[in-house]
Design a protein around this ligand. Structure first.
Ligand code: B12
Ligand code: SF4
Length: 507
């Protein structure tokens, strides 16, 4: 090996938008290594179907043809079982060494020890660079910071956080990339078929909600402040570079965990964005990070859409998630958003068996008090390994280890809430009420009164029927709106259930 540069293949299951493997591909290509990327199937809300035998054969056949020395697999918790199985087939077909990385291997590296030659813990850029150099030199991988080898008893310390401004831009080229989907190998970067691009101006989050991977990262990084931001220069350069490749996208979604930046950064960004990019953009926001003057500046710069994580409306339920009681802030934000015609999506967590009737009513009250129009993303509570919320659910007898995501795969069927999932009558009624509260054509007073009706909440057929009907209307009106704006793509139609009434999400 010492006289030849090794060839790399990166694979990620059900994640055509995956940024992690694009970052690693950029790092490897910058260092001159031949790198291939395989997006193994695309992801759809509540409808993840196992790959067919043909698709696994196509994956292995494609990898064998490119002849990698190392295959890197990046994945999150739901895909653990699938990846463990497929990795064996990949090894047999290619003889390559296998490296696991991504969110799940980062905080549960022990789950990969049985099938991976190395498991990357934390940010992968320095780890993959070390792997490449050692492999090229024909040296062992032992001692690479953040890389757990099968014989290691414990996970080695993750490398220091990377300086985000020194990283190359994600690999946006079409070279050496395929998507395997529907029994076909489709060449090129599947992002090309999307109407928007996702960008991170930062990594990490200053909060630690009990259901979120950010809190679990404390087990890896300790109490170190994980939030780091990129310079405005670096962000703008990346978007401009992406535009040169994917001229087609019409919108930018900032996927930062929460769009929180100091005033000086905001001022520079808001001044330069309209001049240098000029596209509408979306952000995610935790109410704790809300600042009126920031939102006003961002609106003037092109902010069109805010996805706000409300999650819980009562102080008691917020505490279960290690969050602050922010109902009042959400209302203040809602009024500001209405004044500026901002599109708003409120994220809400449902199916929490620890929540009381009072907690549920508080959510219905909050949603009926927020200025319309707005949309809701209703999530079914899913518990991930190493999360505080799982510990509480288990300790209170609501969940067992076998139901933990990774062993179970609830997210394949029920990540966003839909009525095809079995749940108690009161929860069905609650989901219907939250969905109805967001519909401008349903009187808020009706929704509030229905939430107090024992008859309607114990026999929720009427409420769920009405909610399903209004969800279909909403889905098609969103589709029409996106069509008019030129943002409707086949990828989005498939992700959101296309023409299947069974799969209509509650929203
Ligand atoms: C964009 C996004 C999506 C996109 C793209 C998904 C994807 N696979 O990348 C979409 C909308 C499709 C999506 C869907 C889902 N998502 Co999502 N998503 C995100 C989000 C907001 C950003 C991900 C990202 O781009 N990060 C930035 C990149 C650079 O970081 P990274 O991917 O972690 O990669 C770094 C390291 O992990 C490592 N690494 C990664 N891969 C590899 C591979 C190798 C070989 C090595 C060495 C290292 C390595 O190096 C990378 C660079 O430093 C995260 C939250 C977050 N901030 O991470 C949630 C997050 C990843 N999503 C989550 C979830 C639950 C889902 C869904 C299950 C939800 C659902 N509706 O079903 C699906 C699963 C889809 C899937 N295949 O993973 C959870 C995962 C929790 C977990 N324990 O797995 C997260 C962490 C959100 C959260 N708050 O908990 N998601
Ligand atoms: S604010 Fe969002 S990203 Fe940050 S810890 Fe909470 S849920 Fe996770």
């Amino acid at each position: 090996m010492a006289d030849r540069k090794p060839v790399f293949a990166l694979m990620t299951p059900y994640g055509t938008e995956n940024n992690g493997v694009r970052m690693l591909a950029a790092v490897l290509k910058e260092r001159g290594y031949e790198t291939h990327t395989v997006f193994f199937k695309s992801w759809r809300n509540n409808d993840v179907i196992a790959p067919t035998r043909l698709e696994v054969e196509q994956l292995c056949g494609h990898l064998k043809a490119v002849g990698p020395d190392v295959v890197g697999i990046g994945f999150g918790t739901p895909y653990l079982r699938l990846v463990a199985q497929v990795s064996r087939a990949i090894r047999e077909a290619t003889g390559a060494k296998i490296v696991a990385g991504g969110i799940h291997p980062t905080f549960a590296s022990g789950d990969c020890v049985g099938w991976a030659d190395g498991t990357a813990i934390g940010e992968g850029e320095p780890i993959i660079a070390d792997i490449a150099e050692r492999t090229k030199a024909g040296e062992s991988w032992d001692g690479i910071p953040g890389l757990r080898l099968p014989h290691h008893e414990t996970a080695p310390a993750a490398p220091d956080f990377v300086d985000l401004n020194t990283l190359p831009h994600r690999d946006f080229s079409h070279d050496n990339k395929v998507l395997i989907e529907g029994g076909k190998i489709i060449p090129g970067d599947p992002l090309l078929r999307q109407g928007q691009i996702r960008v991170h101006a930062s990594r990490g989050c200053p909060y630690a909600c009990s259901y979120c991977y950010e809190a679990s990262l404390e087990n890896v990084y300790g109490k170190r402040f994980r939030f780091r931001r990129r310079s405005v220069d670096s962000v703008l350069e990346e978007v401009k570079a992406a535009r040169r490749t994917f001229g087609r996208f019409k919108r930018v979604k900032f996927d930062d965990d929460t769009f929180i930046f100091p005033m000086r950064w905001m001022e520079e960004f808001c001044e330069r964005w309209p001049q240098e990019v000029g596209l509408p953009f979306d952000i995610l926001l935790n109410p704790e990070a809300y600042k009126r003057d920031h939102i006003e500046m961002l609106v003037a710069a092109g902010l069109k859409h805010v996805q706000m994580g409300v999650e819980a409306a009562s102080a008691e339920e917020a505490e279960m998630y290690d969050r602050k009681d922010s109902a009042a802030v959400v209302k203040e934000f809602g009024e500001l958003a209405a004044r500026h015609n901002l599109e708003v999506n409120y994220d809400v967590i449902l199916d929490n068996p620890m929540a009381s009737t009072k907690d549920r009513r508080a959510m219905v009250d909050l949603l009926t008090e927020l200025p319309r129009p707005y949309r809701v993303f209703l999530y079914s509570l899913n518990a991930f390994p190493e999360s505080g919320v799982f510990d509480s659910l288990r300790d209170q007898g609501h969940m067992t280890e076998r139901e933990l995501e990774g062993r179970a795969q609830k997210t394949f069927r029920q990540f966003r809430a839909s009525f095809d999932w079995p749940r108690p009558a009161e929860d069905r009624a609650h989901i219907a009420l939250c969905a109805l509260a967001s519909k401008p054509f349903i009187p808020a007073s009706f929704v509030r009164a229905a939430s107090r009706s024992h008859l309607l909440t114990r026999h929720p057929g009427l409420l769920t029927g009405l909610a399903r009907f209004t969800d279909v209307i909403r889905l098609y009106s969103i589709g029409l709106e996106k069509l008019i704006k030129g943002e409707l793509t086949w990828v989005k139609i498939r992700e959101y259930g296309g023409f299947s009434f069974r799969r209509v999400l509650t929203q």
